[in-house]
Design a protein around this ligand. Structure first.
Ligand code: HXC
Length: 265
């Protein structure tokens, strides 16, 4: 295992002890998601997906004020029907790439997660919020709707009417309300956010790598299928894992009362 970094213009990405920390680094504009951020996310997540030294990804924003305050509004001034649609489609592609990269991505929401910033968090596997975080989908105030998956992922996560309330009012909610709605999974003091992300990452690292990937694959592939075909996906993955060396190791370790040593095979 080697610790290293991936260099890009708007993101910091450090890899240490199998955990990659990706930080959106535009604090002067509250980490607004410019076209360049998208280009960099695409590049970094392509690298992280195939990097054998990476098993869990933490995604956060630089500074103490924002995770990401949405799409870069200055870049929305000139959009037309055609360019607006293609901007949205590009965002869909990249957020889907993050969602299906095969490794857990934990959003550490360190402040504002608004508009596209909230949508980015929605595309992550889990969302841990600082107690100071504020979340919302204010796009209708700009004459728009969320264009990076928010109208689809938000109701799937928190239910249709809770989602519509956020979409139609543009209200910003605090971390406690986001937790109550199931929009975030945990709330911790800001000073403990990164530590909690690392603790969760460590718990995931203790699991068999192929099993972690199998959980992600089963949940995401099954999500929009009917129950019978989704159960078929589950049993195919279960069968595949049943024949792995790590399954033999996990069962043996339990029976012999020792800690398993994973090979990822
Ligand atoms: C560009 C932004 C920005 C954004 C903040 N800034 N959000 N720049 N795009 N989304 C800039 C401000 O212009 C300002 O720059 C600096 O960051 C600090 O922000 P302030 O507004 O001065 O801070 P504050 O008063 O604390 O207010 C924070 C805030 C507010 C409540 C988060 O900045 C805000 O409402 N931002 C916009 C949130 C939003 O509407 N997001 C949705 C975007 S649309 P200067 O140069 O003045 O110092 C979207 C659609 C996605 O996401 C889908 C597209 C297909």
């Amino acid at each position: 295992m080697t610790d290293h970094a991936i260099i890009s213009e708007t993101l910091l990405c450090e890899i240490k002890d199998q955990i990659a920390t990706v930080t959106i680094n535009r604090p002067q504009v509250l980490n607004a998601l410019s076209i360049q951020v998208f280009t960099d996310l695409e590049h970094v997540f392509t690298q992280l997906a195939k990097d054998p030294d990476v098993r869990v990804i933490l995604l956060t924003g630089a500074g103490e004020k924002a995770f990401a305050a949405g799409a870069d509004i200055k870049e929305l001034v000139e959009t037309t029907r055609i360019t607006g649609q293609s901007l949205s489609r590009r965002g869909h592609r990249i957020f889907r790439q993050i969602e299906t990269c095969g490794k857990p991505v934990l959003a550490l929401i360190n402040g504002f997660a608004l508009g596209g910033g909230c949508e980015l968090a929605l595309a992550c596997t889990l969302r841990i919020a600082a107690d100071s975080a504020k979340l919302g989908q204010p796009e209708a105030r700009l004459g728009l709707i969320p264009g990076y998956g928010g109208t689809q992922r938000l109701p799937r996560l928190i239910g249709q009417s809770a989602a519509l309330k956020l979409l139609l009012t543009g209200e910003r909610i605090d971390a406690a309300e986001a937790l109550r709605l199931g929009l975030v999974d945990e709330v911790v003091p800001l000073a403990e956010l990164y530590l909690r992300g690392q603790q969760l990452a460590s718990s995931i690292l203790a699991m068999a790598p192929l099993a972690v990937a199998g959980c992600l694959e089963a949940v995401y592939k099954g999500a929009d299928r009917d129950l019978d075909s989704a159960l078929g996906i589950e049993s195919r993955i279960f069968g595949r894992l049943s024949a792995t060396a790590d399954k033999a190791e996990g069962i043996r370790a339990f029976l012999e009362k020792h800690t398993p040593i994973w090979t990822g095979k």
